[in-house]
Write a protein that binds this ligand. Structure first.
Ligand code: PLP
Length: 397
């Protein structure tokens, strides 16, 4: 199909839930993707922080092909070899003791919410179900996770929402201290808010939250769906803060592009779930687990976390220099290869402008560009991307 046919057919038959750009990608390799007419794009979106290894990484392709020829799916009524190996790998490299597998970030967070409520009730207080989340957070699109998401635009029209959620501003210790109490079962935070504008948490804030959690027996849930797996220059986002969450969730980059999510917890919390309490037909199936096993091994052993930290630092330095010589760039935020650049003016028109010049980038809100290149990105490709961004700013803002 030609690009125009793909776009027209999609516009006619696919439900209209995405503000899609006028672009259809048909092939990818490394940090580059191509449309049906062979036009090449440097990909600084990475399928929204999914393609951390770059497109069609040989290790992931090989694992998928081999597993597809062996066993694609069996039920979780049986033990699954690639799944148990993936679980062991994740546990051995993080603070968690056990893993539940699902298919997406929203599902992973649903699982975390259910586990936290089960754990809260197990403390003998049937009112211990309240969950505190952050304003400008993003946790997914199911009913519970849009409710956990502290942005009214994602909730509007879907009421009534599940009860028991309340919202606080990040980095305000007083506010969360007042809000938390004996009926709070969990606090959910992203180590760095992604969708909400690449907003970082202060280390002092996280330390204070750990104390608050201890005082009221509250679980700290980290949504690592975007930050986890090397994106921020450490294997997990929580490692920047010198603390360990009780529960954390993964998805996005976990399968190297194949859909899979995971909810991980410490033993004493995971043990609140008994057989029958939670389940997923596809969660951690052989094919998804084999893809994820290859992807996570590559992230851990292929030097990707170091590259994310090193090239991320270089990238951020360039962005800060751009800010210092600009009247309209007002802030640069983020860690590793999860970076945001905020403008004093609307910057959405930079997306089609950069696309025209062969660069895919993304925008959060109307005024912040978000950069999520694959973790294999080189400094030379960062230079290339920034040349395009500078030119697009000069011509459009
Ligand atoms: C993308 C994202 C989600 C939702 O993941 P889906 O796979 O789209 O359900 C949840 N939390 C964070 C932090 C995310 O970035």
């Amino acid at each position: 199909m030609k690009s125009s046919e793909i776009i027209d057919t999609g516009n006619k038959y696919v439900m209209n839930t995405y503000g899609r750009l006028s672009l259809a990608l048909v092939r990818g390799s490394g940090a580059r993707v191509w449309d049906a007419e062979g036009r090449e794009y440097l990909d600084f979106v990475s399928g929204l922080a999914v393609n951390s290894l770059g497109h069609c990484h040989p290790a992931v392709v090989k694992a998928i092909v081999a597993q597809a020829e062996t066993l694609i799916h069996v039920s979780n009524m049986y033990h699954i070899e690639p799944q148990v190996r993936l679980a062991a790998l994740l546990v051995e490299n993080t603070c968690a003791d056990r893993v539940f597998f699902c298919n997406s970030g929203a599902e992973a967070n649903e699982g975390a919410i259910k586990l936290a409520r089960k754990y809260g009730k197990s403390k003998g207080n049937l009112e211990k179900f309240e969950i505190i989340t952050a304003i400008n957070s993003f946790h997914g699109r199911t009913l519970a996770t849009i409710t956990a998401t502290g942005q009214p635009k994602y909730q509007k029209g879907f009421e009534p929402l599940p009860a028991g959620f309340s919202y606080v501003n990040i980095n305000n210790i007083e506010e969360i201290r007042e809000r938390a109490g004996s009926n709070t079962c969990a606090i959910i935070l992203e180590p760095i808010q992604g969708e909400g504008g690449v907003n970082e948490l202060n280390p002092e804030y996280i330390k204070a939250i750990k104390d608050i959690c201890k005082e009221h027996d509250i679980l700290l849930i980290f949504d690592e769906v975007q930050c986890g797996l090397g994106r921020t220059g450490k294997f997990m986002g929580y490692q920047h803060y010198g603390i360990e969450p009780d529960i954390f969730t993964l998805a996005k980059a976990l399968g190297g592009g194949f859909p899979i999510g995971a909810m991980l917890a410490k033993e004493d919390i995971a043990s609140s779930f008994s057989p029958g309490d939670h389940a997923s037909t596809f969660g951690g199936n052989p094919l998804a687990s084999a893809a994820a096993l290859a992807a996570v091994e590559e992230i851990l052993n292929g030097g990707l976390v170091d590259n994310s930290s090193k090239v991320g630092e270089y990238f951020k330095k360039q962005l800060i220099e751009m800010k210092e010589s600009s009247d309209i760039i007002i802030d640069v935020r983020g860690k590793g290869l999860m970076l945001g650049m905020e403008f004093s003016v609307e910057c959405r028109k930079l997306l089609p402008a950069c696309q025209e010049k062969g660069l895919l980038i993304n925008c959060v809100g109307d005024k912040t560009l978000r950069f999520l290149p694959p973790l294999i990105i080189t400094e030379a490709d960062v230079d290339k991307a920034l040349d395009i961004v500078r030119e697009a700013i000069r011509e459009n803002l």
